[in-house]
Each structure stands twice: as C-alpha cells, then as structure tokens.
Design a protein around this ligand. Structure first.
Ligand code: C2O
Ligand code: CU
Length: 472
C-alpha cells in the first residue's frame, strides 16, 4: 500500500506550538507533582480539510496525547485512567527509571483493566526527548493513536527561540476515513514490513505549518511514532545540526549526511535549525517513505526578521546525562541474538511456549513468524542475565530479509561493531538494522530488573520478535 501523494498543502492555519501540559510550579521536595492521563475513545482530524474525522483511541482525547514537560530529577506521580475497551499500560519509552515503573504488561506489572486506574511514580534521571505509549497489544493501541511526547527539560536548556515537536505518524485509513481495523492482525503485514499506513501525519495533522522568523534558532524534537514505517526527514533549504539522539546528547553536534535524518519507528532526534531563509519564504518538510517523498509540513517565515540581535552561541552542546557510560567490552562475553524468520527467509521451525512448531503451525495457530535464537517471543527465560554494574555485550545478527528497529528497555546502548560501516558513537535506545547486517552493542548494565528487548516495528514484535534480559 503506498502513501497518497500530496501535491498541495491543506491550509491548516495551525500554530506551531503543540498542545502542552504547562509545567506547574516546583512541588515541595517530598511531594511528587501529579499528572493524569486518561486513555479513552475520541475523534481526530487526521485527513485533509473537508475529510471526515477518524475514530481513535487517545490520551486525554488528543492525538498525539498531551506533551508532558518534566524536569530532570523531579518526582512525579502519573495516574493512568483506563477508559478503553481493552486492558492497557503506559511505557515511558527511553526513560531509565525503576523497573517496576516500566509499564510492560506481563513482565513488570499486570495490565490495567478497563475502568481501572494505575499510578506510576518516578523521577526521570535524564533530560531529553522521550515518549510514552501502551505496552499491551501495542501494535494495535499505538496504531489507534495512543502515544504522546515526554520532554525532560535540561537544568539550563540551550538558548533557542522556539522549542518545537515534530512528531511523525503513519495511519492505515480506509475509504470511509476510519482506521482499517481488520489489518491489525494481518499475517501478511506481520511477516513482511509490518502494518504500513497510507496517511502520514505530522503532530497528528495531515500537514502542519511552523511559523518562524528569519534569524530564529529552533530546537526541533523529532519523533517517529509509526508502528512500522521508517522515515527520512529533510528540511528543504536548511541545514540542521543533530544535538541528541533517542534522548541522549551527542558529544559533538553534527550535520547529518545529506541534511537527512533517518528515524526508524520509536527513534527520536533533537535538532538545532537556524532559520536563515528570507522573510516571506516557505520551505517544505520532506519525508522519504521508500519510493515516495511527501511534504508533511512547512516552515513558514513571517514578514519580519527576528528582533533581538542574534546572541546565540555557535554550537549549542547539551550536557551529558548522568548515565553510566563506562564499558569494557573485552571483559564481557558477547550474547548472540540471531534474528530469523519473516517472508522470503522463513525458518523451518522454532520454539514457541516450549513447543517446537513448524512455520506452518506457528502461522496458522499463533500468527507468529519471527524468532530470536530460534525462540518465538515472549519466552519464560531471559535472553541473558547481566551482572549489575558490568558491561553487557549483545551481538545482533539480522538473518532476515527485512529491516528492524531493536529497542532496549531500561538502558541506552552503543554500537561497538557494525558489519556494514563504522559503528556509530551515539547512545541509543533503538537500533536500526538492515537485512543481513550484524551489529554488536554494549552498555553498562546498571539498572536492575527485567527489561524487554524487541523490534519496535510492532507487527514484528507481535509476530515473535520479542525477548527480555535481566540485570541482577
Ligand atoms: Cu516504545 Cu517496548 O517500547
Ligand atoms: Cu522488526
């Protein structure tokens, strides 16, 4: 299914700022700031002007859900109210918090039943751009609209004129303007590239204009919230610098190759973009989605220039987060994670819930098609147990014909070896892998508990690409 080509832009007249939960004033030290998120049925205007609204599931009724603004180290208590017809949870994607707050149904907590509520209590240790979404039937609940951006503000954020969210999502919408529900469990999608959509939204809109002024400096917080689609994003006529990836600052800001930022599902990038265009100019935000390039929004320059003299520093470098980054790969024995299955290279058989089953049986009885080390997720035993404070090394081998987005809960990881290029020096919570690539990652296993490790192309996760590791 291809995305509809959009040759003109809907005039949304929207303002650039995304709906936000205003930070309240500092709570006293012993009292956590309270947040509340209600997961419920709602409607969203995802399509072009004149098209119908789409029934969605959404936090507080909006897609994306409210942007949560937290301060680094601040204690919060977030209440989830479940008004959905299904159980749910919230996973705080990328936050290095206590394992019991990680929100994984069946691993770190029981799912929250319809009509019930649940309290999450944590203090985010790292500043950066994160997000939240359910971890129960995620391939369906995220695709129905349940997600939001979570910003943890630095103690002294870099000086910028605007701090903007640029959140991409991809939807599969039927002729009637409604979410194609029949395909949530499509075996074809599960065994191929996942459930790709036919509508791309930016901040929940068919097209979004960001109003800027010539001379302004922007901080852009990019997120790919799609369940399967990989996006490559370009800001026409502009040359942004990457200052953070997956919530962790890069040690030196860099210009991405071709001014293009590739985001696999779940990945984020923080950019600094200097508006060096002329007053009155408009520049498109272009997204490559495979064979097509779409215009997802625009930078629309006002007729004035930025008033104040430009006193912004040359390179805004974010301070590193207090994350243990000392790794000694030579001291660790690498754990293999061999990814197999999917269309074009199916395995003959694999183990599911202790039973060795043929691919035919796995597909027919369980809608499973993928395995890690010959085991179809979600196994009783962890992939590995790592000693607390020690280096963990995982060698991920993609023996499938498909790309994957391998997401680690609880820790950010760094590539130490890559079969196709120099390993990237950046800390990430989601590693994009192409077919036939082998990527070895390492991290300091400092966060005790049971952590998931799965493909964030959620049809693949649903189809078996999920496991967990333990830090003792
Ligand atoms: Cu974004 Cu296991 O999750
Ligand atoms: Cu995958």
């Amino acid at each position: 299914m291809s995305l509809s080509r959009r040759t003109f832009l809907a005039m949304t007249g929207s303002i650039a700022a995304v709906g936000a939960v205003a930070p309240q004033h500092a709570a006293s030290a012993d009292q956590a700031r309270r947040l509340r998120l209600t997961a419920r049925l709602s409607r969203a205007h995802l399509l072009e002007a004149g098209q119908p609204e789409t029934a969605v599931w959404a936090y507080d009724g909006s897609v994306p859900g409210p942007t949560l603004h937290l301060r680094q180290g601040e204690s919060i208590e977030a209440q989830l109210i479940n008004q959905l017809p299904q159980p749910t949870t919230i996973h705080w994607h990328g936050l290095r918090i206590d394992n019991s707050m990680d929100g994984v149904a069946g691993l770190t907590q029981p799912a929250v039943q319809p009509g019930k509520t649940y309290f999450y209590r944590f203090a985010p240790p790292d500043a950066g751009t994160f997000w939240y979404h359910p971890h129960y039937r995620t391939w369906e609940q995220l695709a129905r609209g349940l997600y939001g951006v979570l910003i943890v503000q630095e103690a002294s954020p870099p000086a910028v004129d605007q701090d903007l969210i640029v959140g991409f999502d991809d939807w599969r919408i039927g002729e009637n303007g409604q979410i194609d529900e029949a395909s949530f469990d499509s075996m074809h999608d599960i065994s191929h590239a996942g459930r790709l959509g036919n509508i791309l939204t930016l901040n929940g809109k068919f097209s979004q204009d960001f109003e800027v002024l010539s001379g302004q400096r922007l901080r852009l917080r990019l997120l790919n919230a799609a369940t399967a689609r990989v996006v490559s994003v370009r800001f026409a006529d502009h040359a942004p610098l990457v200052i953070a990836l997956d919530g962790q600052p890069v040690s030196r800001p860099f210009a991405p190759r071709g001014n293009t930022i590739l985001l696999a599902p779940a990945q984020r990038a923080d950019l600094i973009l200097d508006c060096d265009g002329e007053p009155g100019q408009t520049s498109s935000i272009e997204v490559d989605v495979g064979r097509e390039t779409l215009v997802a929004g625009r930078l629309v320059y006002g007729t004035q220039r930025r008033q104040r003299a430009n006193t912004l520093s040359e390179f805004p470098v974010l301070p590193a987060n207090p994350m243990p980054t000392d790794i000694n790969p030579d001291d660790a024995s690498p754990v293999d994670l061999v990814m197999t299955g999917g269309a074009r290279a199916p395995f003959p058989s694999a183990v599911y819930q202790g039973e060795n089953l043929s691919i035919r049986e796995l597909v027919r009885r369980h809608k499973k098609a993928w395995a890690f080390n010959g085991v179809v997720g979600f196994p009783d035993k962890p992939l590995a147990v790592f000693a607390n404070g020690k280096t963990a090394v995982i060698k991920m081998v993609n023996r499938t014909a498909w790309p994957h987005a391998m997401h680690f809960h609880g820790h950010h990881v760094r590539e130490i070896q890559h079969s196709a290029r120099e390993p990237s020096p950046h800390w990430r919570d989601t590693i994009f892998m192409r077919p036939d690539e082998t990527v070895t990652v390492a991290f300091n296993a400092h966060n005790p508990g049971r952590w998931m490790l799965h493909c964030h192309m959620l049809g693949h996760q649903r189809g078996g690409m999920s496991t967990w590791y333990e830090v003792g």
